[in-house]
Design a protein around this ligand. Sequence first.
Ligand code: NAD
Length: 353
Amino acid sequence: MRILITGGAGFIGSALIRHLIQDTEHEVLNLDKLTYAGNLESLTPVADSPRYRFVQVDIADSERVAATLAEFQPDAIMHLAAESHVDRSIDGPAAFIQTNIVGTYSLLESTRAYWLGLGTERKAAFRFHHISTDEVYGDLHGVDDLFTETTSYAPSSPYSASKAASDHLARAWQRTYGLPVLITNCSNNYGPYHFPEKLIPLMILNALAGKPLPVYGNGQQVRDWLYVEDHARALLKVVSEGQVGETYNIGGHNEQKNLDVVRSICALLEELAPQKPAGISRYEELITYVQDRPGHDLRYAIDAGKIERELGWVPEETFESGLRKTVQWYLDNLDWCRRVQDGSYQGQRLGAL
Ligand code: NAD
């Protein structure tokens, strides 16, 4: 397949592209605007492959998107481009409305025009895969409840509200126009190349620097954690074998309280990086409770039974094994982290199609 990935310079998109290039024969075009979250250095392992190309384009720029589609002639589009950080959406929601809602609308329309022009066979085989979050479902209060594909939407933050809107648009383009859309909603991803503003890398890097480890509220919020490489495998399954018009939830069977995640990171660092910064005897001493995030959801947990039953996907990593790999990756790649933290990763602007 020729697959166009939007947001391929981001955390999940780059893991997906590394998987597609390293483990399959698919051809990939990465279409990314390169916001602060886009980092082409996450694609270094595959950048020289003749099956990989990059273009710097905004999904809302319909002229350039149309030209890119006409030239690349994709068999599938996997749409990951988004503003994705909840705290940033609280401080400045405008970019979230623009990219996640207006941008997705624009991309759906560009895709529909391209798809209508395909021959009968290619038109039937074409797929538009919209990638979204379990945060659209709001939060769970019962300890045994799980989000399923039919749970009502009740988003809490500007980020999750904008993603909910984009899911509705994608679904409507399938119902109204017949565009072959599939949707996935997944839980919190973690793993290598994660931008240091997110919980797990932030805690690892702060601990190594002897800085406070900020935990929101009492740290009792529960999240389900999905190893990013397990997610990449699930996405490929869905785009290749999923039923058009269906939604699949993807989760890692790894529910953890935020505070326990931070404690597990500290315990791994005691073992893997025993030489601590001056002034502390245990990494856990750095844990600092800070004022809770407004509208903070208490618990997310996913029922991933449908994708497991229907498509035969199961996560390979437990939280223990995935977290160990992640902490080790950050210890081995402090140079990548330094270049993100000092901004030098933003120097690279490449690609023309
Ligand atoms: P990310 O923030 O790491 O990457 C987003 C990418 O999109 C960046 O490369 C950025 O440059 C690009 N981008 C942003 N605006 C764009 C635009 N207007 N045009 C083109 N490119 C643009 O995000 P991520 O964590 O990799 O998430 C990818 C997708 O998965 C998002 O849609 C997100 O909502 C969803 N998701 C993420 C998680 C998670 O835990 N990270 C969980 C559930 C769902």
